[in-house]
Design a protein around this ligand. Structure first.
Ligand SMILES: Cc1cc2nc3c(=O)[nH]c(=O)nc-3n(C[C@H](O)[C@H](O)[C@H](O)COP(=O)(O)O)c2cc1C
Length: 381
């Protein structure tokens, strides 16, 4: 048997709690396993030091709020700046295993960096956490963009699209390990194996859900062929609508179905003015603008000549606000109306982030969820 094409398993046929959820818009809590989460800031309430007990409280609070999943970020080094942004990170597989053992309903994700984890090892780690969670595990597969992380492993970054060729072969191999009852040889370009086999099989059949977050054409092509959930990024709602439709069409052309999610930072206040005040506090008063400036520089490859001071400041502000994700600032009613807009644009789920995860999830449960239920976005927990 040789490496061939993707298996065409429709997301809708996966027996996973993620797809059994009746909610019109699915939700995950995202990005809390690193210091400062997704907000480079010195603000009170953001995660200054990692604390396992807090991770457990966040996962259990998300579960109580009926949130479908919890998704970490696979990160090996932090960012420059003054706030220690992502300077500490919990490794995602033991993180997921620990949380799976301490929760009952929520789907727990881990994230595999394709260049850093061999398919045979990944297949078995995933199956182990799938068993610990009794079928509540999911895997985000990322191609690895951060050369500074790869060099810690003695690896050199590959050219962009080739990363997704490696990811394609990686996913083919891992899926085969999860489904083949017979030993098989695997002769790929990047992976070679004799008499490969992996037992036991996952609890979720035929496998746990796979997520992908690449947004380039190569990233979307990979997601269409292999992922069950794909993240869409765009500047505005119209852009998201287009990207979501594109990913779904690409998948349909392969006889597959892919759910499209996006990520969003939520800033909720009793009044619009209160929410704006919270935003001003963690961005303008306490934001780590040094970190944001260096991230802009990294993104532009150090060539800042072509952009003006104002453009650079605007990019920095977007980075401070949940790393350029959608940012929804306002009252519970406003937040629900924005989430409703995302659902109407073809978005199936939102990976949500907060400055303060614990109080943010509590506010979600107490104040936002009832309105989301009335709006038909969510069902009572
Ligand atoms: C929701 C989300 C989660 C991501 N998680 C990770 C991660 O855990 N580790 C990582 O190195 N990259 C992560 N990324 C980055 C993506 O894998 C990818 O490198 C990035 O979106 C650029 O995609 P492209 O190369 O296809 O343009 C994430 C991106 C998104 C949108």
């Amino acid at each position: 048997v040789t490496a061939t094409t993707a298996q065409t398993v429709d997301a809708s046929t996966l027996d996973s709690p993620l797809f059994r959820s009746p909610n019109r818009l699915k939700l995950a809590a995202f990005h809390m396993n690193c210091t400062r989460g997704c907000t480079p800031t010195h603000a009170e309430g953001s995660i200054e030091k990692l604390d396992w007990a807090q991770q457990v409280r966040i996962a259990q609070a998300a579960e109580r709020a009926g949130i479908e999943a919890i998704i970490p970020i696979a990160r090996w080094r932090g960012y420059p700046g003054t706030s220690n942004f992502n300077f500490e990170q919990f490794e995602v597989f033991p993180w997921a295993a620990g949380l799976a053992a301490l929760t009952e309903k929520i789907v727990v994700f881990a994230t595999a960096h394709v260049p850093l984890i061999h398919p045979v090892r990944a297949a078995k780690e995933v199956v182990t956490v799938d068993h610990i969670s009794n079928g509540r595990f999911g895997l985000n597969v990322v191609a690895g963009w951060n050369a500074g992380e790869l060099s810690m492993f003695g690896l050199t970054q590959r050219e962009h699209d080739e990363r997704y060729q490696v990811a394609t072969e990686w996913a083919d191999f891992v899926k085969r390990l999860w489904t083949s009852d017979e030993e098989f040889d695997f002769h790929g370009t990047y992976f070679q194996a004799e008499r490969a086999i992996s037992e036991p099989k996952p609890i979720q059949r035929p496998r746990p859900p796979l997520m992908s977050a690449g947004s380039s054409p190569a990233g979307c092509a990979f997601a269409a062929a292999h992922a069950d959930v794909c993240f869409a990024l765009a500047q505005d709602l119209d852009g998201l609508k287009t990207v979501a439709a594109d990913i779904k069409n690409r998948a349909a052309a392969l006889g597959r179905e892919v759910a499209v999610w996006t990520s969003a930072g939520l800033v909720c206040g009793d009044t619009e003015a209160d929410a704006k005040r919270q935003y001003d506090y963690f961005i303008h008063e306490k934001g780590d603008w040094d970190c944001a400036a260096q991230q802009v520089e990294m993104a532009l490859g150090g060539d800042l000549q072509s952009i003006t001071f104002d453009m650079s400041k605007a990019m920095q502000e977007r980075i401070l606000a949940f790393q350029s994700a959608n940012t929804i600032i306002g009252t519970p009613e406003h937040i629900v109306s924005q989430l409703d807009g995302l659902a109407s644009a073809g978005i199936d789920g939102v990976a949500a982030m907060w400055l303060d995860y614990e109080s943010g999830i509590e506010t979600f449960r107490e104040e936002i969820l009832p309105i989301a239920i009335d709006a038909g976005l969510r069902v009572p927990t």
